[in-house]
Structures are given as structure tokens and as C-alpha cells.
Write a protein that binds this ligand. Structure first.
Ligand code: G1P
Length: 297
């Protein structure tokens, strides 16, 4: 079996109802963080980790997402003509080689596990990554790259992990790990969206995975889990007893939940402040805004 991870699955079939009415016509993955759609951050992270094949699991109403990855010859010609070299460079940096992108339709919203399973024929018998574009991670070394490097040592399955407040466990997959140090923690149990009282810890799964092809086979059963959905967490949990096991990887970086409005706004502030060309003006504005608010209170 090939060990290098060169394929990534991007489940992007969700309705994005938390961002209505915007998502009536704009897929949430196209929503913009500073000046890039969310999906671009996910793609850039995957490319940095050595991914060469990008598989999008989409649904009805997502054609804007497919168009985003098309080339733009008219725009390109116009920018070249106008001598706008910087913008031309930005445009071209989003281009993907022909044949590198595939779209698969998830015909029914049966859960994250089902969405990933829809890509099984393109994955075949090799390890693969899964990136949930809602989870945006700011990191010096991109999160998936950190994981790919750690996975070279561990093999098996690996999920990104981070501590969350105890009362938030019911929004996540939650891990039970063996005690010990190191960033790659051996998992001995994982459960999807437990109530705080039932959670084995407050160590949550974040949307980056490196999975063995066996996980696809476990998903074949179509077994339903939390919320009546086919859960990726349950299929990965079946590998805990497998020969290489499952690891929770404590990544270095800041994660933003761009699936929620508050998280999206926080990411906008953080990524805005990280941009050299915006930093001064934007931070001055934020300071004035905060001063104004505290004076008004
Ligand atoms: C999914 C996974 C969950 C994980 C979370 C991370 O849940 O099912 O295990 O902790 O992503 O963002 P969702 O947010 O799609 O409900």
C-alpha cells in the first residue's frame, strides 16, 4: 500500500443554513475571509502538505464552488493588458493543474461519514487526508503539513485535536487518549458529540484527518450514529484496535470555527490584522471602536 498522502477529500456539501440568507446563493465555502474564499485557505493548506489530488464532495446549489476553480482567461488577459502584474499573480496562484480536481455529488445529506465515503472510488487503496474548510487554522507551519510529517512516524489514522471548553463537547468528536507526552497521542476511544457528562475528556477532533483506506471499508456498512447520521468518527474509531491504531495530533496553531458567525468574525479580525497592508488602519479602527464602546458603557 502506498504510504505518501497525495489525495485529499473536501466535504463541501453542507447547506450552510447558519449563514442564511447569504447561503441562498453563495456556498458557504465561497464566503470571504479578508479577500479569499474559505475554500482557498483549505486548498493552500493541502498544497503545502504535498496533496496533489483534490476531491470535492459537493451537492446541488454548489456550482459557484466548481466555477471558482475554473481558469479566467478574460480576466487574465485584461489584467495583463493593464499591467496589473500583482493581481495577475494572485489570480494565477489559485489555478490548479488540469486533472487535479474532481467533484463528486453527495445526493443525500446523510452525514460527514457518508460524504467522505462518496469519494471511495477515487481514493482506492491508499491513505488520504480530509479537510473540513469550516475549520480555518492559522499556523506558522500549516496544520496538515504538521500532521503529514507526524504521520510518517506513526502510520495509521490521525485526527487533529485541541482542547475545548467542557460545555462544548457536544459540538465535536471527543477523544480518550493514553496518558503521555508528545504531540501524537494514542487514541483509545472516540465518541461523536457527547454531552459534557458523558465526554471522556475535553480533547476535541478538529477538521483535519489523515485516514487509512480501511476507514472507507468501515463506512460501507452505512451504520448511523449520533444525530441519526453516518459519522466519520465512528468509522475511524473502528481502527483503534487495528494494527497501526489512531492518533490525536495536538497541532500548533490557532483554530477558528468559521462554521459559526462569531468564529467567522474572529477569523476576519485575526486574518485582517495579520495582513501587512491592512494592519495599521484596521488595528487603529478596532482600538477606536473598543474605546468608543467602553466610553458608552
Ligand atoms: C464534524 C465532526 C466532528 C468534529 C468537527 C470539527 O462535526 O463530525 O467530529 O469534531 O467536525 O469541526 P460538524 O462540525 O460537521 O458537526
Amino acid at each position: 500500500m502506498k504510504q505518501r498522502v497525495t489525495k485529499a477529500v473536501f466535504p463541501v456539501a453542507g447547506l450552510g443554513t447558519r449563514f442564511l440568507p447569504a447561503t441562498k446563493s453563495v456556498p458557504k465555502e465561497i464566503m470571504t475571509l479578508v479577500d479569499q474564499p474559505l475554500i482557498q485557505y483549505a486548498i493552500d493548506e493541502a498544497r503545502a502538505a504535498g496533496i496533489e489530488e483534490f476531491i470535492f464532495v459537493t451537492a446541488r446549489g454548489k456550482s459557484a464552488l466548481e466555477d471558482y476553480f475554473d481558469h479566467s482567461p478574460e480576466l487574465e488577459a485584461r489584467l495583463a493588458e493593464d499591467g496589473k502584474d500583482k493581481l495577475l499573480e494572485v489570480l494565477k496562484s489559485t489555478y490548479m493543474p488540469s486533472g487535479a480536481i474532481a467533484y463528486i455529488r453527495q445526493h443525500q445529506a446523510l452525514g460527514l461519514g457518508h460524504a467522505v465515503w462518496c469519494a471511495r472510488n477515487l481514493i482506492g487503496d491508499e491513505p488520504f487526508a480530509v479537510i473540513l474548510p469550516d475549520d480555518v487554522i492559522a499556523a506558522e507551519k500549516p496544520c496538515l503539513q504538521q500532521m503529514v510529517e507526524a504521520h510518517r512516524e506513526t502510520g495509521g489514522c490521525m485526527v487533529a485535536a485541541m482542547e475545548v471548553p467542557n460545555e462544548r463537547t457536544s459540538s465535536y468528536g471527543v477523544l480518550d487518549v493514553e496518558p503521555g507526552s508528545g504531540n501524537a497521542m494514542k487514541v483509545r476511544g472516540m465518541v461523536e458529540k457527547p454531552k459534557p457528562a458523558d465526554a471522556p475528556s475535553n480533547l476535541a477532533v478538529i477538521g483535519r484527518y489523515i485516514l487509512s483506506p480501511e476507514v472507507m471499508k468501515h463506512l460501507d456498512s452505512g451504520e448511523k450514529g449520533a444525530g441519526g447520521e453516518i459519522q466519520l468518527t465512528d468509522a475511524i474509531a473502528k481502527e483503534i484496535e487495528g494494527p497501526r491504531g489512531v492518533y490525536g495530533y495536538r497541532f500548533a496553531g490557532e483554530r477558528y470555527d468559521c462554521g459559526s458567525k462569531a468564529g467567522f468574525l474572529q477569523a476576519t479580525v485575526a486574518f485582517g490584522l495579520a495582513r501587512e497592508e491592512l494592519r495599521d488602519e484596521f488595528s487603529q479602527y478596532l482600538q477606536e471602536m473598543m474605546a468608543f464602546r467602553s466610553a458608552a458603557q
